[in-house]
Design a protein around this ligand. Structure first.
Ligand code: GLU
Length: 489
């Protein structure tokens, strides 16, 4: 059977990082096996599904660079690809199950079901449907309908052991005795997930279902429904759960869970892709940097681990920093610009594109995410810096010593004839040696001159070197900042 895989998100919220990872693994599996990757929108829950989330899912996957072959926006032979548009199909199969007595109408009210549940639990039993409506006489059913009693459609679950060979977890066994008859539709217009997924996986000729481990308990249900409808069984593979660092379920408490949030914070799609690939998969080597196209060649489902994958934000940050530094400066500047604009730092006409590129070039080594550019570079744009004068002190230098140091820098820089990075650097280095000699500071310790200068120019505990800053600020601004620092003392 040709390889056809799918991702089947429910548009009830923003594209979750777990769904994006499932999409990536399916995409890679399809690429590796020359198959097709399908996006199917599971929007049967009319109350919770929203169009804006469909759009968010589509936009998020596109931004990541995960492309599908068939989906709501790319028609194929097996469409439509939104479940809300496939109701006639579901109805057909629901009727088939009802006709063959593999499913039945259940009239138990929510309240009755809840009472039964409580009663079972109080007896120490696992709650499951007790079969009250499983064999109602035809007359009662007709009477209930005539009285317009509410009903759902339940699927008869036979008591047996179900085994399947999971692509990742190996042999998995479930005992359906714990399950009870399951609801597969609220009514003909409202079929439910386990049923619609089975119908669509069959109708869309899905060969492999690769999804999160949180769905593993649905698999036996889906296998049973397939059997009842005479469908083939796709192969199943359940991806390890994504866990927070304390091994609890990944939740908002540990940071962002949606792709959009990561995008807005300034993570690059390349970094997220690389990071998500390593959430459960590893190449079996020390290599950690993978592009999407490399992954398409190297990925294999056999190398996906069974145990939970810990979400390590430091790793994401370090990968993101790596991809940031890889970007051509023009591109990186373009990517940083919205963050600077939003922070009010970029005012039209105040700075040339070249200058801006220089600022980003000297800041990029410290960037973990694009948004970091604001804090790393704000002092370049400021008219006047605000900082604590104690920061100017290097190695317990007193105020008058700092003043001497700054005056020394001021003199050297004001005499400069060629305002150029290399030149500024050489002049200041030579000067700092002389300065140390004059002041009896340890010869090699350049901090006595360069630290106060760097703080005077940046107002920060850490920043690019004073040469780089001076070079970008220009002579006039540089001297002005030194004078302002002297005034602080
Ligand atoms: N609609 C389900 C979800 O969003 C799909 C699960 C599956 O892949 O079968 O989790």
């Amino acid at each position: 059977m040709p390889v056809r895989v799918r991702i089947a998100p429910s548009p009830t919220g923003a594209l979750h990082i777990g769904t994006a990872r499932s999409a990536l693994f399916n995409y890679l599996f399809a690429k590796k096996n020359h198959g097709k990757f399908i996006l199917r929108v599971e929007d049967t829950d009319k109350e919770r599904s929203e169009l804006r989330w469909v759009q968010d899912i589509i936009d998020g996957l596109k931004w990541l660079g995960i492309k599908w072959d068939e989906g709501p926006d790319i028609d194929g032979k097996f469409g439509p690809y939104k479940q809300s548009q496939r109701n006639n199909l579901y109805e057909k199969y629901l009727k088939k199950l009802l006709d063959e007595d593999k499913a039945y109408f259940c009239f138990c009210t929510t309240e009755e079901l809840e009472n039964k549940r409580q009663e079972q639990m109080s007896r120490g039993l696992a709650p499951k449907y007790d079969g009250t409506c499983a064999h109602l006489p035809e007359k009662i059913i007709e009477k209930n309908f005539a009285e317009k009693k509410l009903s759902v459609i339940r699927f008869r679950v036979e008591n047996k052991k179900i085994k399947f060979n999971d692509l990742i977890r190996g042999e998995v066994e479930f005992d359906t005795i714990l399950m009870g008859d399951i609801i597969i539709a609220k009514d003909f217009e409202t079929p439910l997930y386990n049923f619609t997924a089975v119908v669509d996986d069959f109708e869309m000729k899905i060969s492999h279902v690769i999804r999160g481990e949180d769905h593993i308990s649905n698999t036996p249900k889906q296998l049973l429904i397939q059997e009842a409808l005479g469908f083939y069984h796709p192969e199943y593979g359940h991806l390890p759960l994504i866990l927070a660092p304390d091994r609890s379920k990944m939740s908002k408490r540990f940071g962002a869970v949606s792709v959009t949030e990561y995008k807005d914070q300034g993570y690059l799609p390349e970094a997220l892709i690389n990071f998500m690939a390593l959430l459960g998969w590893n190449p079996g080597t020390e290599e950690e940097v993978f592009s999407l196209s490399q992954l398409s060649k190297e990925f294999s489902i056999e190398k996906v681990q069974k145990s939970g994958a810990i979400f390590n934000i430091q790793k994401l940050d370090s990968l993101n920093g790596f991809y940031i530094r890889e970007k051509p400066i023009e591109k990186l500047t373009e990517l940083c610009t919205p963050y600077l604009k939003e922070a009010g730092l970029l005012v039209a006409g105040q700075i040339t594109q070249n200058k801006l590129q220089e600022i980003i070039e000297v800041s990029k080594t410290r960037m973990k995410k694009l948004s970091d550019i604001v804090e790393l570079s704000d002092f370049f744009f400021a008219d006047k810096l605000k900082y604590d004068k104690n920061l100017l002190s290097w190695n317990k230098m007193g105020e008058s010593e700092i003043k001497d140091s700054l005056k020394y820098s001021e003199k050297i820089l004001s005499e400069n004839k060629k305002w150029e990075l290399k030149n500024i650097e050489v002049e200041l280095f030579l000067a700092s040696e002389k300065f140390n000699l004059e002041k009896n500071y340890p010869e090699k310790n350049k901090g006595y001159m360069l630290w106060p200068l760097r703080v005077a120019l940046s107002g920060k505990q850490s920043s690019p070197s004073p040469f780089e800053i001076a070079n970008i600020l220009g002579k006039e601004k540089t001297l002005k900042r030194i004078q302002e620092a002297i005034k602080l003392l």
